[in-house]
Structure formats: structure tokens, C-alpha cells
Ligand binder design. Structure first.
Ligand code: ZN
Length: 175
């Protein structure tokens, strides 16, 4: 099951975009794109595919010119994030296996693959319950994002996210 806190993720995208713009980098990532990306990896870290993600990682770090655009952003867990930072900090002892993981993640993005773990019927039922709950709370959550960002842009953005979530819920309800 994937539980996505839209207020938290909306703030995350907003902060990342502000930061990238301040660094003079391209920053076009939207909340909708980010939510899609999280769902693509089932809410897991893109590198280990085991731990739940805790933050947003740039495949190419902003410090070396990596833009905050959807093709450069993946969910990452705490451990993988620190491993990646270490690798960047100690260039002389490049972590070969991490390089392989990076390659794997690039492959998933390039071919638009979806990470899907086999699910029991019980898990599927639980997932559907959660998405229904999200449906009820969605509008309040989305309004909160718009209010906290105080941007008219969010009007269109939030409609797009709402439509997207409704579509994916309909697909899940199909037998
Ligand atoms: Zn990880």
C-alpha cells in the first residue's frame, strides 16, 4: 500500500524548486510528476527497492548542475541517501555497486517501468480501503497545499493531481 501525504510532498517539491531556482538551475518538477514517481516505485527507495522513501534524490546532484526536473528526481531512503553522499564526498573510492544501482534506476526511468511487488488479496483489499479514504480527504489536503503555497499555479496543478488520483483509483477497483 502506498500512503502519500500530499501536504508533505507538496512542500517537498516546493522547497526543492525554490532551492534549484536559487542555484540558477532548471526546476520544472510538479507535485503531479512527483506523486507519479513515488507511485512508480511503490513508495519505496528507487535504489534498494526495500526501504520506504524518506526524501527526494537528484540522480545528478544539484552541486554538479543536476536540475530539479522529473527525469532527474527519484525517491530515496535514508541509508541509500547517505551512501550516495559518501560516494560523492570520497570520489577516490567510488562505490562501484552504487554506480550499478544508479544505472538500474536510469534504466527504469528511461523505459518508464513500474516497480510492482506481488500482492496477496488481503493486501489489495487494504489498498483499496486506503485509496477510498484518500478520496474523501483529498480535497481538504489539496486545498491546504494551495493555501500554504499561496500560488494560483496550484489551482491547475491540484486539479491535475485530483484527476490523476481518481483515475488510478478507478483502475484499482477493476477486478
Ligand atoms: Zn534505499
Amino acid at each position: 500500500m502506498i500512503e502519500i501525504d500530499l501536504i508533505r510532498e507538496g512542500n517537498r517539491v516546493y522547497q526543492q524548486v525554490l532551492r534549484a531556482k536559487a542555484m540558477g538551475l532548471s526546476a520544472t518538477l510538479t507535485l503531479e510528476e512527483w506523486v507519479d514517481r513515488i507511485q512508480q516505485f511503490e513508495g519505496l527507495c528507487a535504489y534498494c527497492l526495500e526501504a520506504p522513501f524518506t526524501s527526494l534524490d537528484h540522480l545528478m546532484p544539484p552541486s554538479t548542475g543536476g536540475n530539479t526536473i522529473v527525469s532527474n528526481c527519484v525517491p530515496v531512503c535514508l541509508l541509500c541517501n547517505s551512501r550516495k553522499n559518501d560516494r560523492v564526498l570520497c570520489d577516490t573510492s567510488a562505490d562501484v555497486s552504487f554506480e550499478a544501482k544508479l544505472e538500474q534506476v536510469r534504466y527504469v526511468l528511461k523505459n518508464n517501468l513500474r516497480i510492482a511487488k506481488p500482492k496477496s488479496d488481503e493486501q489489495k483489499e487494504e489498498e483499496i480501503k486506503i485509496t477510498f479514504r484518500l478520496d474523501e480527504e483529498m480535497h481538504a489536503a489539496l486545498r491546504e497545499v494551495a493555501r500554504s503555497h499561496n500560488r494560483s499555479l496550484n489551482g491547475e496543478l491540484l486539479t491535475a493531481v485530483a484527476d490523476h488520483l481518481k483515475r488510478s483509483q478507478k483502475e484499482q477497483r477493476k477486478p
